[in-house]
Design a protein around this ligand. Structure first.
Ligand SMILES: [Zn+2]
Length: 163
């Protein structure tokens, strides 16, 4: 199922290629958290409906609730999708960009496998990859001193997954 999901993701990113915006427009807001280069290479698409794979295998794997869950944003590799009402929600952009780092650090295959296993084991709210993103998002919103997100995510992933 994993290669099928990855093919679907690649096709989806391709389908929205012309609607992608570079995240470099957030370089001043996210200064100290994300590098300019990383923001330049990350993209978002504003949509009316979040694209999600709806393969029967996902429902059979017990992921139906997650697939059907209404979300404001979702990240696939270096591109994330946000619902139109949240297009200017900085905190959501911040959250999804944590996932872009996770995708890059783990690699697509490992990320997809991990994410699915975490949803099955802990549920969405307690999935470690989500907890990490929400925790960094909270710290950003509290406006404490900036955190190097790349370094933070790398440290957390090494500790949790012993890569
Ligand atoms: Zn998330």
């Amino acid at each position: 199922m994993l290669p099928k999901i990855e093919r679907w993701i690649d096709q989806t990113i391709l389908d929205f290629k012309d609607k992608r915006h570079s995240c470099d427009q957030f370089s001043s807001e996210f200064d100290g958290y994300y590098t300019k280069d990383f923001l330049f290479k990350s993209h978002f698409v504003v949509v009316d409906e979040i694209p999600k794979p709806t393969f029967p295998e996902l429902y059979q794997a017990g992921l139906g609730d997650f697939v059907d869950m209404e979300v404001a944003g979702i990240t696939y590799k270096d591109t994330y999708f946000v619902m139109a009402p949240y297009a200017m929600d900085l905190s959501l952009h911040f959250h999804e960009l944590v996932h872009v780092h996770q995708w890059a650090l783990l690699g697509p295959e490992v990320f997809i496998q991990r994410y699915i296993t975490e949803i099955q084991t802990y549920g969405y709210n307690s999935a470690p990859l989500e907890v990490m993103a929400y925790s960094l998002q909270d710290q950003f919103m509290e406006r404490t001193s900036p955190i190097d997100v790349s370094k933070y995510v790398q440290g957390e992933i090494e500790e949790a997954y012993r890569l």
